[in-house]
Design a protein around this ligand. Structure first.
Ligand code: HPA
Ligand code: ZN
Length: 329
């Protein structure tokens, strides 16, 4: 079996995916039409041309613009269903996705509209395809903590649907410490915590996510290699780092995949795996991320297997389920 086939055929899990980042241009246009929303693009090609980012913030601007076509519960359902079909295509058997409620509530969309649309799509997929899932609500870190507290209060009414909380959006200048009280309250309410840290931001942000927010996983975390002591702690504790190769190149964290530090992270025995982040914007879903990073870094079958096994190990599946899936790789 070729490595490409091995990647495609293995059952996989995905741990770093923004559901709003799966909005393909075609669906963006059809929702814009359905909801009579003006978008600043003439056609699909025009949209794709705009996906030339210079850093995280230049991407976020377009990502928040695109999300404006999502209005009704059915829109959130359709968005999620389209991603679920990609999971089937890529043989993803378990997924832990992020959603950004503030991107929608700030436009006057009800919190319930957002979560119900997403959750109902996953419940249908669970029933029809046996896809398992967890939903993680991200706070937008460029906003202030008070606004985030209001969203946390809304989430409490949906505790049965939302498994954990995370932190995303513009990293530089918005350190994890800014949200220490918020995450304390989330933990008191038994949400698990994760946070984006060390994507563009310095290793200090990873330290803060660990020490101030009590996170189970670091999203991205690729900047950790700049700090030896941090690498030692991450390696010892096996705190997962949800790496997203195509995202990192699109947002110029690395110049190209060949310069990506994933192999170095594997060599340092860090708990890393591959994810797609915002696949509609970054050029590929999970299999494409794995196939392209394998080729660029000449990763062995053993290394690919480690990445896929790590993803199951790092998931919030129970131990029995983890073992069951890992035995099938
Ligand atoms: N980083 C930070 N915020 C985000 C991202 C990301 O990669 N994708 C969507 N929101
Ligand atoms: Zn992300």
């Amino acid at each position: 079996m070729s490595l490409k086939e091995f990647i495609k055929n293995s059952p996989k899990t995905e741990l770093h995916l923004h559901i709003e980042g799966t909005l393909e241009p075609e669906l963006m246009f059809s929702l814009a039409k359905r909801n009579k929303i003006e978008i600043p693009f003439k056609n699909v090609d025009d949209v794709k041309k705009a996906y030339n980012f210079s850093n995280l913030d230049s991407f976020l601007k377009i990502y928040y613009e695109g999300a404006k076509v999502l209005i009704k519960e059915q829109d959130f359902f359709d968005l999620t269903w389209a991603y679920i079909l990609k999971c089937k295509e890529d043989n993803i058997v378990h997924t832990e996705i992020f959603f950004d409620p503030q991107t929608h509530t700030d436009r006057g969309i009800d919190f319930d509209t957002v979560i119900n649309g997403i959750f109902n799509a996953f419940k249908k997929a669970e029933k029809e395809f046996g896809l398992s899932f967890k939903i993680i609500m991200c706070f937008l870190r460029h906003l202030n903590e008070d606004e985030c507290f209001k969203i946390l209060d809304k989430a409490l009414a949906h505790k049965d649907k939302i498994f954990g909380v995370g932190l995303d959006s513009s990293e530089t200048g918005n350190p994890p410490k800014k949200f220490e009280k918020l995450f304390k309250k989330a933990l008191e309410n038994e949400f698990i915590t994760v946070a984006h840290a060390g994507e563009e931001g310095p290793p200090e942000y990873i330290w803060e996510a660990l020490n101030c927010l009590n996170v189970h996983r670091i999203d991205h975390g690729v900047q950790c290699l700049k700090d030896e002591k941090l690498v030692e702690i991450l390696s010892k504790s096996q705190i997962p780092l949800t790496v997203c190769p195509l995202s990192n190149v699109k947002l110029k964290v690395f110049n190209n995949l060949g310069e990506h530090n994933l192999k170095k992270m594997l060599d340092k025995k860090l708990m890393v795996m591959v994810n797609s982040d915002d696949p509609a914007y970054f050029g590929g879903y999970l299999n494409k991320n794995l196939i392209e990073i394998q080729a660029a870094l000449n990763l062995s079958q053993e290394e690919i297997k480690t990445l896929i096994v790590n993803s199951f190990k790092s998931s919030f599946l129970n131990e029995e389920k983890k073992k069951e899936w890992i035995s099938k790789i």
